[in-house]
Design a protein. Structure first.
Length: 380
């Protein structure tokens, strides 16, 4: 078991930050690019062309649905407005909520772009023709093919590890040892102590389903989820919900992304939280951004994608409590994620295509196996 706690962060953060910059570590600067006609057009520090910037500014407005945490969403939207003078309206919704909203709007979206949140719901939306493909210039900085959709329907901006978090004080009080792996969570000694997230509303929960099925096989994966359910006290609407209740002791063991646990430890001071990278291996999310097909501010949406794939945007994450690893090569990585022992390459070989093609069916199968769910499944 990797039981990860905060250790000597202040002493080593500077050294770690110096060593973790992928590429040039540039925050962006003015540059030039060749247009199709052979002439030279200047671009800003985001890397967007003057032509795109002007067209976006002429539209004057951008509507963002964000599935990352509220602080990061607000900072990213405020900085976009600061850079370009474009009015940004934003709303924080879980990925499942965004998916349901744009499915209901069916090609006439009230939003322009989607920002943050794991990609399983993005893939469903893309397969339903609800996302707009865009060949982003700044996609050249994405470090791995798995961090972007092959057809340009979404682009990754960060990646984070799925894992286990627990309240050290509560487990000690109950005289229980900590779980070391996913399979440990089905032990009856943890009955009523575990929080997870709602399979219908949270992208995190969809990743949990895919991880279980890919680790254990289809039937055994669903059986594990049914066995886990016997110990679950609450399924929160959002994937970060369990982490927010561990430090207070309301939740003893939480299943979710470990960077959310880091936020609770570092920013909220809950030193009683411990993090566990499951011993048999775990999966990672790819947090993404995308354009809604039929959006009302197409050029502002394209400018947002270029911005979201630049250090100007992604480096705001760690400054606002979001400690995921970044997936572009010219941004500075959050030193604290590595200080806690997390490694974005230490993950299972996740089958993104299987997840993309089957997650809707898997959710239906799991909820059927759970008799449709009950009042533990929160939607607020």
């Amino acid at each position: 078991m990797s039981n990860l706690t905060r250790r000597n962060f202040v002493e080593i953060a500077g050294a770690a930050a110096a060593g973790l910059c992928l590429g040039g570590c540039s925050g962006g600067s003015s540059s030039t690019e060749k247009t199709d006609g052979g002439s030279t057009a200047t671009s800003d520090k985001v890397g967007a062309s003057e032509e795109l910037i002007k067209a976006a500014q002429d539209e004057g407005t951008l509507v963002v649905y964000g599935s990352c945490e509220e602080d990061y969403l607000a900072a990213a939207c405020d900085h976009f407005k600061e850079l370009y003078g474009i009015d940004v309206q934003y709303q924080r919704l879980s990925t499942g909520e965004v998916q349901a909203k744009i499915e209901e709007e069916n090609g006439n979206p009230s939003g322009d772009v989607w920002f943050g949140g794991t990609t399983d719901p993005y893939n469903v939306a893309a397969s339903e023709g609800l996302l707009e493909a865009y060949a982003a210039t700044n996609a050249s900085h994405i470090t791995k093919d798995k961090y972007k959709d092959a057809d340009g329907y979404w682009y990754g901006i960060y990646t984070g590890l799925l894992g286990i978090m627990y309240n050290k004080d509560e487990l000690s009080r109950l005289n229980l040892d900590a779980p070391a792996d996913f399979k440990d969570l089905t032990d009856e000694k943890y009955k009523g102590l575990i929080w997870s997230s709602n399979y219908n509303t949270a992208g995190t929960a969809k990743l949990i389903i895919n991880t279980a099925i890919q680790k254990y096989g289809h039937d055994e994966g669903i059986k594990w989820l049914v066995d886990l359910d016997k110990n679950v006290a609450v399924y929160t609407k959002s994937g970060s919900g369990p982490s927010k209740n561990i430090g207070t002791g309301e939740c003893t063991i939480g299943l979710g992304f470990l960077h959310d646990g880091i936020y609770q430890i570092v920013d909220n001071g809950y030193e009683n939280i411990a993090l566990v990278v499951p011993s048999s291996g775990t999966s990672c999310e790819v947090g993404a951004t995308a354009i809604f097909k039929g959006c009302k501010h197409e050029n502002a949406a394209k400018l947002w994608i270029e911005y979201a794939l630049s250090p100007e945007c992604v480096e705001l994450a760690a400054k606002n409590g979001s400690y995921q690893f970044l997936v572009i090569d010219n941004a500075e990585q959050p030193a604290i994620a590595t200080e806690f022992g997390l490694d974005p390459d230490n993950v299972m070989d996740y089958d993104f295509e299987d997840a993309k093609n089957n997650i809707k069916t898997y959710v239906e199968e799991v909820m059927t196996a759970l008799n449709g769910g009950d009042d533990r499944f929160k939607t607020e």
